[in-house]
Write a new protein. Structure first.
Length: 359
């Protein structure tokens, strides 16, 4: 991935100015990766208005040099304490920290260990920056979606009936790896028949039968970036109720996509999809929020939900995934990840959203 971490650190420095902070102590590993490129399992980043120091332990000396060559590196076993002490010793008395990551106990230990340290909650500042992806990040997401799309196309060309959910799950993940994925983005959902009415069903030994809905929620991981999509297919000719539910979910998704542009609010997008389902008499069967951002994490900002306050901005990749779940019968979810553009959103998935009939 091209080295644009300095641009990201400069963006965080602007946040420091806005918040009247002298430094930021970044402890979430995914945020450290975003700001430096370092992917080790132990590290803390101290960012000031003038420089950046990455602290890690001796296991990662070589890795840190290779992945984060443009920041100062400190090898220590007390990564957090030593950086807070360093900030305090240079007069950086107002240091923002990720209060959503640092435990109360760790916070208390820092204040006891470092005289003169002043720690102020930074908020979800880095996560806010991460919500808008640059061109390099979008390209990695495209690669992740290509791996998932190609795997899905191959899978639905095979016979699903007579196979267990677990077997289909393993087959789909193997195909994503064959098409360039480093791993699955998350635990793949394969939910058949009545199980498809469970939004986050975990695959079992249930054998897929003719007449079943099969809901597939899956994604590929490529260089740290996640894809996320859901398709619901039917084994053999669909019943009328299956066509109706699938068409309803597709209409709900499209109602939200029609509003998908910069400035649209989370609540408005959720409401657009939810109103379609409510008006069809299935409001009680739509039990989750509309979507979420994706990137270095499978769930990122923004969050699309009925009480949400987030606003879309150009460059945000966000899922749109309404669903209708009929207990004991089956359910449908259709999920795409769209990149917010000034006019028409870019769909990262190319798989058809039509109701596919499979063997």
């Amino acid at each position: 991935m091209p080295a644009n971490h300095d641009v990201r650190r400069d963006a965080l420095r602007k946040v420091l100015v806005e918040k009247d902070l002298d430094a930021a102590l970044i402890t979430r590993l995914v945020n450290i990766r975003y700001l430096t490129g370092f992917t080790g399992s132990n590290g803390v980043l101290l960012l000031t208005h003038d420089d950046a120091v990455l602290a890690t332990d001796g296991r990662y000396t070589t890795q840190a040099e290779a992945q984060a060559p443009d920041v100062e590196r400190l090898i220590t076993t007390a990564v957090m304490t030593d950086l807070v002490r360093r900030a305090a010793s240079t007069g950086r008395v107002r240091t923002g920290f990720e209060a959503h990551d640092v435990t109360v106990e760790a916070h208390e230990r820092l204040l006891e260990a470092v005289e003169g340290a002043t720690l102020t909650a930074l908020g979800w500042a880095v996560e806010g920056l991460r919500a808008i992806k640059d061109d390099d990040e979008i390209e990695l997401l495209r690669r992740a979606f290509r791996a998932a799309d190609e795997a899905f196309a191959e899978l639905v060309a095979t016979t699903l009936s007579g196979r267990t959910e677990k077997d289909i799950r393993t087959d789909l993940e193997r195909r994503m790896l064959a098409h360039g994925a480093d791993a699955a983005s998350f635990e793949t959902i394969v939910a058949s028949g009545p199980n498809s009415a469970v939004p986050h069903h975990r695959p079992t030994e249930r054998v897929v039968e003719r007449g079943d809905f099969v809901k597939l929620d899956f994604g590929a991981l490529v260089e740290g970036y996640h894809s996320d999509m859901t398709r619901t297919v039917v084994v053999g000719p669909p019943a009328d109720w299956q066509r109706e539910v699938h068409a309803l979910v597709a209409a709900a998704q499209q109602a939200s996509i029609d509003l998908f542009r910069p400035g649209a609010t989370s609540a408005d997008l959720d409401r657009a999809a939810r109103d379609v389902i409510d008006n069809a008499g299935h409001g009680e069967h739509y039990t989750h929020s509309l979507g979420h951002g994706v990137g270095l994490e499978i769930h990122e900002a923004p969050s699309l939900r009925k009480d949400g306050t987030d606003t879309l901005a150009e460059g945000m990749p966000v899922t749109v995934e309404p669903g209708v779940y009929l207990p004991g019968r089956g359910g449908v979810r259709i999920e795409d990840t769209l990149v917010v553009r000034a006019d028409v959103p870019e769909s990262l998935s190319t798989s058809t959203k039509d109701l596919l009939v499979v063997a």
